[in-house]
Design a protein around this ligand. Structure first.
Ligand SMILES: [Zn+2]
Length: 435
């Protein structure tokens, strides 16, 4: 389809968190806007009427009016080897892991299976308007190789890592403290910083890593102070009890990761449902991010993410929003935002549509420490875009007849929208996919 020189539409992006800065400060909306692109980056953003005359003769302009054009959506927590685990009937987290996930992930030792899954996975993300993700691969280096190769061929900005796990799973899924370290190191040397790819040090969680392996993960983290770390934290009661039993010296779950130097900026902690005030403070002080995965938490009955508690911690805990495929039940960030809204409503909290769309774009970019590259429309940022239609389905179109404000339109999109609302996705200024 090729790169375009400019995209016209109703432009929407954020310069700050609307909850903290207020909507006036945070929300940027241009009713008839133009994004001028150059070499895959945003060159200019503003009113179409003032920017159109500056374009060169013959410039390729795509007009997406009356649809909204936003920065590409960002998914900071999901699992490549779980595309065929999604929607598996189970009890709680640990049963689901043993019965389905740890069986399925064994297939990813096969490079061909990993390559085919990577193609499907990235197709599906782009179809849902997601242009950057932080991904857990399987324990096999082959799964990381496959995903990075596929992302590189599409020029997608991606964070991913090989899961480190040396206990608590079937033997074919286990590495050791030494091999987990060595394989991670080799993958870092080959892939980290290549094009738009970043490596994430990925100990699965404390339940499946020995102290020796967490120490090895900590050594990798110390050797690479700017690198992402991703793991799971405080998702399920039984998981928390297991960690307390296995690490009797630790005052709480978070302190296990702190002990090994894994709590810091660009460390992404999936779930964070049952944290104590001390644990939230530890995340806030370290600049680490709590990643909420509401469809997964509801599906597995794990609990309700407490956004208000994260916000009132000093300093506040950075929060991300993610699908957690395949514990999560939708690849769509819109559907995921809808479930977070309901999770918060059950706790007498609210999430405005501006806050939700900020989370899916700039908020998640900040949680990933990538807001100098993606997440907003500013000259120099990478031109990953999503085009959204709030009247995409009959039910949405019917509701849109009574919608009068942008706030209302965005709320319709997040409560009723999914992949069907995505009209186009662009990666570095190039339109992707088949629509
Ligand atoms: Zn997960």
């Amino acid at each position: 389809m090729g790169a375009v020189d400019a995209v016209r539409g109703r432009l929407l992006w954020f310069e700050a968190d609307p909850y903290l800065a207020g909507e006036e400060e945070a929300v940027r909306y241009v009713e008839d806007g133009l994004l001028v692109l150059k070499d895959g980056l945003v060159e200019k953003v503003g009113e179409a009427s003032s920017l159109l005359p500056e374009l060169a003769e013959g410039a390729r302009i795509v007009d997406h009016r009356p649809h909204l054009v936003l920065p590409g959506l960002i998914d900071p927590h999901l699992h490549l080897p779980q595309t065929q685990v999604i929607a598996s009937y189970a009890g709680h987290l640990l049963e689901w892991l043993q019965k389905y996930t740890f069986v399925e992930e064994q297939k990813y030792a096969d490079p061909e299976i990993a390559a085919a899954a990577s193609r499907f996975f990235l197709d599906e993300l782009l179809r849902c308007g997601t242009t950057t993700a932080a991904v857990y691969c399987s324990v096999h280096a082959a799964s990381v190789e496959a995903l990075f190769a596929e992302a590189a061929s599409r020029n997608i900005r991606l964070v991913a890592g090989k899961v480190m796990m040396d206990r608590g799973a079937p033997a074919p899924l286990l590495d050791t403290a030494e091999t987990g370290y060595a394989q991670s190191k080799a993958l870092i040397e080959k892939w980290h910083g290549r094009g738009r790819l970043s490596y994430a040090i990925t100990p699965r969680f404390a339940v499946t890593s020995s102290e020796a392996q967490l120490e090895a993960a900590g050594a990798l983290a110390a050797e690479h102070p700017e690198m992402h770390i991703q793991t799971h934290l405080s998702e399920n009661d039984l998981e928390i009890a297991t960690v307390a039993r296995d690490f009797p010296w630790s005052e709480d779950y978070t302190a296990v990761y702190e002990r090994y130097g894994l709590v810091r900026r660009k460390a992404l902690f999936g779930h964070c449902i049952h944290l104590s005030a001390r644990e939230r403070r530890a995340l806030g002080e370290a600049g680490a991010a709590a990643i909420s995965c509401p469809t997964s938490n509801l599906f597995l009955g794990s609990g309700l993410f407490d956004l208000a508690a994260m916000r009132k911690t000093h300093p506040p805990v950075a929060v991300g929003l993610a699908t957690d495929i395949g514990g999560g039940t939708s690849y769509s960030m819109l559907a995921t935002a809808s479930e977070l809204y309901k999770v918060l409503a059950l706790q007498d909290q609210r999430l405005t549509p501006f806050e939700a769309f900020h989370m899916m774009t700039l908020g998640n970019a900040e949680a990933l420490g990538l807001d100098d590259r993606i997440g907003a429309f500013r000259p120099g940022l990478e031109a990953d875009l999503v085009v959204l239609d709030a009247g995409a389905t009959p039910a949405m179109a019917q509701r849109m007849e009574t919608v009068e404000t942008l706030f209302q339109e965005l709320f319709v999109l997040m409560m009723l929208g999914d992949d069907r609302a995505v009209k186009a996705t662009y990666v570095m200024g190039e339109r992707t996919g088949t629509r």
